[in-house]
Design a protein around this ligand. Structure first.
Ligand SMILES: Nc1nc2c(ncn2[C@@H]2O[C@H](COP(=O)(O)OP(=O)(O)OP(=O)(O)O)[C@@H](O)[C@H]2O)c(=O)[nH]1
Ligand SMILES: [Mg+2]
Length: 645
């Protein structure tokens, strides 16, 4: 029973969430320590706050694509399992899912809901992402999870269609040859009533940060640029669903070639082809092994046809998997092979996500805590030296005061030196910053965009669209290339500042924060690949497609703008925080100085007479430092391996 209750995907996603929570706890502990020590400042706190935000909002997105009726929705139902005791998404023979449907858990919402964006909104040029921020344009339906009949009714609303003329359908971006003709009104076709659906539900998997996108067949993939340019590329895993009874048909191939293949070329995204409905090949007169062998043969053939690794082609039965989950039937679940997909998703997606966070976020945190630990160690060494002086026989208070004053003065000189140096360095970086961000000014992007539009307008019948789009990408690429150069220049400067700091203060400098500016060029490259099929489809722009082009181009420009903007903001943040580790060290200096001064003050107040109590003060300090060191080492250990927690 337990085995069937918790599949591998749930376990892995849960473990990942627990891991993120453990890291967040350590960040909180470290923050607490910094605050206690008076060591927290804006730079340091910004870095920690960003890390916490990344951990909290990081989500795993799975997208399901493929021709209609392959069983995408049924597969999602099976993965969400028996939690609701019923089938959630409607599944039927023929076209069922009519618009892209996102399932997720929104902790801030008051209850489960479906939000639907009317299809007419495609007529304007407002991208989906803008609508997602303006929820008043959406139709809101409340989901009642306790009433199966009502639940079913609410979900069927997502599949609503409307009848419109061919002209209107084409204007809204539909490829009319894929639409179902109206039986009652000649010259009319059925189009989806909604452009997009957002479903918020409390489900253990969704609650842990998993989000799922269900998509309709070919017709919608071809007509909502946001889906292919933005939503699908954001997914950590793409599941391309085929049916085992028909294999890869011409229309499966068409979807694969124009929309899925490109995503396979992207870095960091996992792609699986599912051969669904293997139960249709089960034969009561045959041994299960024989049926398995024919299924495996089909899987190998599919892998060859799609140029995928055979490991990434997974035969299964969504329907039987769901049935097994609803009725707690482990034998059927095993035979459905549903868990091979979940296992693959768990391994490739969740682990990849964790590994990515480990190389970025965990490394940054480790560097910060390690720097603090080094500072505490240095303080301990100093204190021990002080104790040795005291123990060596110079027991008179007069002498101690002289020693302490001298040490404090030295510290003050060194601290001031660092402060002056940091202020100068900051100024230098500030002078550099406008050059860095101006390479990615919004006006530059605007200019590339305007140029491309003009080109399309003046060359409507020729190869205007492909050329304009290529030119647009060329422009953005140049900007990002210049940005990378500026980042490299800044990086060199920062490196030199750290070296000089080390030289002047005699202290080892903490690791220099690094920035990889090439990643934005790679993202742009991915976007260009995704835009390829659109660019060519719109090669000869017909008047009726003007709106389709406009929406495509708006979406493209917005996606490019997002890369632009993210690069600029990351660059700005990095540049501003590149001195944070040094500032942290300077703060430590000041703090040590304050402790020193307070001690002197106290001794003077006691008229220079050393009592047992102030001697105990040293021991107490040593003890406190040892505790701090232990705490920081504990935090370090847990960040590196939260399993210790
Ligand atoms: N025998 C069998 N039938 C299945 C299986 N999975 C889905 N089906 C059936 O196939 C039909 C289509 O399933 P859906 O889940 O609606 O397919 P879809 O890919 O979401 O289709 P659209 O929403 O139209 O794009 C339904 O009648 C399902 O019951 C399976 O594993 N075995
Ligand atoms: Mg469906």
């Amino acid at each position: 029973m337990a085995a069937i209750d918790k599949d591998q995907l749930s376990r892995q996603v849960e473990a990942f969430t627990a891991w993120k929570q453990a890291i967040a706890r350590e960040i909180a502990r470290y923050r607490g320590w910094l605050n206690n020590q008076g060591l927290n400042n804006r730079d340091v706190d910004d870095r920690l706050a960003t890390a916490l935000k990344t951990l909290r909002f990081d989500r795993i997105l799975l997208a399901f694509v493929g021709e209609f009726s392959r069983g995408k929705s049924e597969l999602i139902n099976a993965i969400l399992g028996k939690h609701y005791g019923q089938r959630l998404l409607p599944t039927r023979i023929g076209r069922t899912t009519m618009c892209p449907t996102e399932l997720f858990y929104d902790a801030s919402a008051t209850g489960a809901y479906i939000k639907l964006l009317p299809i007419q909104t495609r007529g304007d040029n407002i991208p989906l992402s803008t609508y997602k921020r303006q929820l008043e344009h959406w139709v809101h339906l409340t989901i009642n999870l306790d009433d199966p009949a009502a639940l079913k009714k609410t979900f069927t609303e997502v599949a609503q269609t409307r009848e419109v003329s061919l002209e209107v359908a084409s204007e809204l971006g539909f490829q009319v040859e894929y639409l179902e003709p109206s039986l009652s009104k000649p010259g009319h076709v059925h189009i989806p009533a909604w452009r997009h659906a957002l479903i918020n539900m409390d489900h253990p998997l969704l609650r842990q940060g998993l989000a799922i996108i269900d998509t309709p067949g070919l017709n919608a993939l071809g007509s909502e640029p946001e889906l292919t340019l933005s939503l699908l590329p954001d997914a950590q895993a793409l599941v391309f669903v085929l049916s085992a009874d028909s294999g890869v048909t011409a229309s499966d191939f068409a979807i694969w070639n124009s929309h899925v293949k490109e995503i396979a070329q992207r870095r960091g995204a996992a792609l699986y082809a599912v051969l669904n409905k293997i139960d249709l090949l089960w034969d009561d007169d045959e041994e299960p092994e024989e049926a398995d062998e024919s299924v495996n043969r089909l899987a190998r053939l599919t892998a060859k046809q799609l140029h995928l690794s055979p490991d990434n082609v997974l035969p299964l039965s969504a329907k039987q998997g769901l049935k097994a989950r609803m009725h707690n039937n482990p034998e059927l679940l095993a035979r459905s092979r549903l868990e091979t997909l979940e296992g693959a998703l768990a391994r490739s997606v969740v682990n990849a996500k964790e590994a990515a966070l480990k190389t970025t976020l965990v490394r940054e945190l480790t560097d910060m805590v390690e720097a603090s630990r080094q500072a505490v160690l240095a303080q301990r060494v100093r204190l021990e030296a002080e104790e040795r002086v005291q123990a060596s026989g110079h027991r008179d208070a007069e002498h101690e005061l002289v020693l302490l004053t001298r040490a404090a003065q030295q510290e003050q000189v060194s601290y001031n030196k660092r402060l002056v140096f940091l202020q100068q360095s900051r100024k230098l970086l500030e002078q550099q910053l406008p050059r860095l961000v101006s390479t990615l000014a919004a006006s530059r992007l605007e200019a590339h965009f305007a140029r491309a539009r003009e080109q399309v307008a003046s060359n409507r019948m020729g190869m205007g669209v492909p050329n304009a789009v290529t030119g647009f990408f060329q422009g953005v690429r140049t900007d990002l290339g210049l940005f990378r150069q500026e980042v490299e220049t800044t990086q060199l400067l920062v490196q030199k500042l750290y070296e000089r700091y080390s030289l002047e203060t005699g202290a080892a400098a903490p690791p220099v924060p690094r920035m990889d500016a090439s990643q934005y060029l790679r993202e742009l490259e991915d976007l260009e690949v995704q835009a390829g099929p659109y660019k060519n489809r719109l090669g000869n722009l017909l008047t009726s497609q003007q709106k389709v082009f406009d929406r495509f181009f708006e979406t493209l420009a917005r996606e490019a703008a997002l890369v632009h903007e993210r690069a600029r903001l990351d660059g700005e943040r990095w540049s501003k925080q590149s001195l944070a580790p040094l500032i942290q060290q300077a703060l430590e200096s000041r703090k040590r100085l304050e402790v020193q001064m307070a001690k002197l003050e106290k001794l003077r107040a006691m008229g220079g007479s050393r009592t047992d109590k102030s001697g105990g003060g040293l021991t107490e300090q040593r003890e406190a430092l040892r505790e701090q060191q232990t705490l920081l080492e504990d935090i370090l250990g847990r960040i590196k391996d939260p399993a210790l927690a």
